[in-house]
Design a protein around this ligand. Structure first.
Ligand code: PBG
Ligand code: ZN
Length: 311
């Protein structure tokens, strides 16, 4: 009877797995703060993506990681950069998997900020040109969807015109429209080596106290041509997910972040939580709040647990 009247059905089709792409050959570096996840070189990441597809996942989200950092984030738009190489490898190994790329500069900047620094401040408009270039090189490598996570104003429009100009009118944009200046990105910054060397990201990411501002950010990105909208983090922002659901008819994604994953993981390791139950409950709540898609480090495990539940 409960099966019959259930209102929310979590399904593997909704889950997107983040992957960390590094340079070199034969590199598999486990990420300490994200148990079960590693930085992988291009020769290993294809096989990893193939496994995700076999587990029933429709898509992966690729983050490039590099030691080649400078003040212009040049490795971010290098056609042979870590993200670009990984995308090509994944497309070859798993041709039916949707490949989404994170578009940002922080992991490629020597100062770790998401934009270009001019006179000790992040310069919004100078940054837009570089972001458009990053997105175009991801599309050249074969990305189906680009996901800008920088939170600069006007970047969706800049990326859209750049993609159209470079011959990629059918590459979609999943915009991190409502991305908060959150403490729940800690493990990710270790994984990507992208912590800011000075200051913080409160100048460009949203204040966790605000929801009306998030609604304005979503409207701006929709107006600039976003194809999908994202809210991040997810589990502590269910009211924002519900607001976003009402605010737009576009596909809505929520990012269950590294810190949210780590909390469940660490408590489970101590025997304080039942991991599959806590993870599935969290993901179900995010879906119930209105998310169509959930980006989560639990994607592969959750696909398996959901399968076992119904088998
Ligand atoms: C970088 C970026 C971050 C995340 C995704 N893209 C970190 C940040 O903004 O500092 C967070 C992902 C996670 O915590 O899982 N722009
Ligand atoms: Zn960034």
């Amino acid at each position: 009877m409960r099966r019959m009247v259930r209102e929310t059905r979590l399904h593997a089709d909704q889950l997107i797995l983040p992957l960390f792409a590094t340079e070199g050959r034969g590199v598999r570096e486990p990420i300490e703060a994200l148990p079960g996840h590693s930085r992988l070189s291009p020769d290993l990441i294809g096989e990893r993506a193939e496994r995700a597809f076999a587990a029933g996942l429709p898509a992966v989200l690729v983050f490039g990681v590099t030691d080649r950092k400078d003040g212009a984030a040049s490795a971010a738009y290098d056609p042979d950069g870590p993200t670009q190489q990984a995308v090509a490898a994944i497309r070859e190994a798993a041709p039916e998997l949707v490949v989404i790329t994170d578009v940002c500069l922080c992991g490629f900047m020597d100062h770790g900020h998401c934009g270009v620094i001019v006179d000790e401040r992040v310069d919004n408009d100078v940054t837009l040109e570089l972001l458009a270039q990053v997105a175009a090189t991801h599309a050249d490598a074969g990305a189906h969807v680009v996901a800008p996570s920088d939170m600069m104003d006007g970047r969706v429009g800049a990326i859209r015109s750049g993609l159209d100009r470079e011959g990629h009118p059918d590459v979609a944009i999943m915009s991190y429209a409502a991305k908060y200046a959150s403490a729940f990105y800690g493990p990710f910054r270790e994984a990507a080596g992208s912590a800011p060397a000075f200051g913080d990201r409160r100048g460009y990411q949203l204040d966790p106290a605000n929801v009306r501002e998030a609604e304005r950010e979503i409207a701006l990105d929709v107006g600039e041509g976003a194809d999908m909208i994202m809210v991040k983090p997810a589990a502590t922002y269910l009211d924002v997910v519900a607001m976003a659901r009402r605010a737009t008819g576009l596909p809505l994604a929520a990012y269950h972040t590294s810190g949210e994953y780590a909390m469940v993981k660490a408590a489970a390791e101590r025997g304080w939580l039942d991991e599959p139950a806590a993870a599935i409950e969290t993901l179900t709540a995010i879906s119930r709040a209105g998310a169509d898609l959930i980006i989560t480090y639990y994607a592969e495990d959750a696909a398996r647990w959901l399968h076992e539940e119904t088998a």
